[in-house]
Design a protein around this ligand. Structure first.
Ligand SMILES: NC(=O)C1=CN([C@@H]2O[C@H](COP(=O)(O)OP(=O)(O)OC[C@H]3O[C@@H](n4cnc5c(N)ncnc54)[C@H](OP(=O)(O)O)[C@@H]3O)[C@@H](O)[C@H]2O)C=CC1
Ligand SMILES: N[C@@H](CC=O)C(=O)O
Ligand code: NA
Length: 365
């Protein structure tokens, strides 16, 4: 039986993923009355809702409370102090892509505050930050889970951890790791038919909530590089950063210095011919082009970029925002363990965050 009666929840970020997480939290609180989940803090980058006595913010009214609030977010060091002083077990849910918040994870964890997040920045930042995060967690007992930082809700991180922790030897990880890139190439260069214009598909991917807040973070290959950094570290490689290995960018050279994501999207149609050329070159060989990544654990090599595939290849045949991730291991031999399914989108990403929250609750009890 649970000894913890109440768990405080603090949420930062109420965008595409954050809103879906909130609705999953409403359902979770209804399904599982114990421990009582008390939302004591919620913020976006401009607004916040919280009170000195930690009184519960109605989870189902949190968005309207945020919209009408005149409070501004606490500075991160003050948020650590505020949450640590509540006297209850607390979980921070970081639904942003903020590097500043990621850099503060060790402080939250040292203060006993557990973290669940789809934000890749902390786990793909410097190797020192990685060590500080897991060191702080081991020291305080606070938990940290980040399933949705790779493959959205797909069980990619938990599977890799299980393989490693049960003593299997992971030799290679490869596949399609970006929901945005999958969607873009599946619709721009389909295995049959002609496909849409590159810039129009990029705009659609953003509207569907698949891209990073700034879609250039997807198109420059860094989002995939961040995911591979996380997986490589879990597989035992001390990768220093997502720029420590070759990463192909799909940003036209002429747009590299554009200042905002909006201006980038506005100008992108002028450069559609560049991606069209790449597509036609592959078509002349009877192939399609796809954006993939791989980690060769033995050779300690990680790479991210475009490759050509036969139309019958499982990577060429993906649909929508699907990811496909193959784990080659000693136990699985030449037939890899394969995980496939939607790799982006609010609901499936929030599902990974909610299931991480359940893991924390199980371990706090
Ligand atoms: N979308 C997807 O399919 C997937 C997303 N992820 C990850 O989930 C995270 C969220 O993505 P998504 O919901 O799509 O992004 P959105 O841009 O839709 O939402 C981001 C939210 O975070 C808030 N925010 C940003 N910076 C700060 C800050 N410094 N302090 C407080 N709040 C902040 C924003 O507030 P404001 O509006 O005021 O700026 C906004 O509410 C990202 O890390 C992303 O990589 C992971 C897997 C899949
Ligand atoms: N922008 C990312 C979101 C999930 O990590 C993607 O498209 O995969
Ligand atoms: Na995942």
């Amino acid at each position: 039986m649970s000894s913890v009666r109440q768990v405080n929840i603090a949420i930062i970020g109420a965008g595409g993923v954050g809103k879906c997480f909130l609705s999953q939290l409403v359902a979770l609180a209804q399904r599982r009355p114990s421990p009582k989940l008390v939302l004591c803090y919620i913020s976006t980058s401009k607004k916040a809702v919280f009170s000195d006595d930690y009184s519960a913010i109605g989870i189902d009214n949190a968005l309207s409370a945020l919209a009408s609030s005149s409070q501004t977010p606490l500075a991160l060091s003050n948020l650590v102090t505020y949450l640590a002083a509540s006297g209850s077990k607390t979980v921070l849910v970081d639904n942003t892509s903020s590097t500043d918040i990621a850099d503060a994870y060790p402080s939250f964890l040292k203060s006993g505050i557990s973290i669940v997040t789809p934000n890749k920045k902390a786990f793909s930042g410097s190797y020192k930050l990685w060590q500080d995060i897991f060191g702080a967690s081991a020291q305080s007992g606070a938990r940290v889970f980040h399933e949705s930082s790779v493959g959205a809700g797909l069980p990619v991180i938990s599977t890799l951890k299980d393989l490693v922790e049960t003593g299997d030897e992971v030799t290679k990880i490869e596949g399609v790791f970006s929901g945005t890139m999958s969607f873009l190439f599946n619709s721009f260069a389909p295995t049959s038919g002609s496909g849409g214009k590159w810039s129009a598909e990029v705009k659609k991917a953003k509207e569907l909530g698949y891209t990073e807040p700034d879609p250039r973070d997807d198109l420059n290959g860094l989002d995939v590089a961040r995911k591979l950094t996380i997986l490589a570290r879990l597989a035992g490689l001390e990768v220093e950063s997502p720029t420590a290995f070759p990463v192909q960018s799909l940003i036209p050279k002429e747009l590299e210095s554009v200042s905002s994501g909006d201006e980038f999207l506005e100008k992108l149609p002028e450069f559609d011919s560049q991606m069209e050329e790449t597509k036609v070159t592959a078509e002349k060989e009877g192939k399609v082009v796809r954006f993939v990544g791989s980690i060769d654990v033995a050779a300690k090599q990680v790479k991210v970029g475009l490759e050509k595939f036969d139309r019958s290849h499982p990577i060429a045949a993906l649909k929508g925002s699907d990811n496909i991730i193959s784990f080659y291991t000693k136990r699985y031999g030449s037939n890899p363990l394969i995980i496939q399914g939607a790799g982006a989108g609010g609901e499936v990403t929030a599902m990974g965050v909610t299931s991480d929250l359940l893991k924390v609750l199980a371990q706090l009890s």
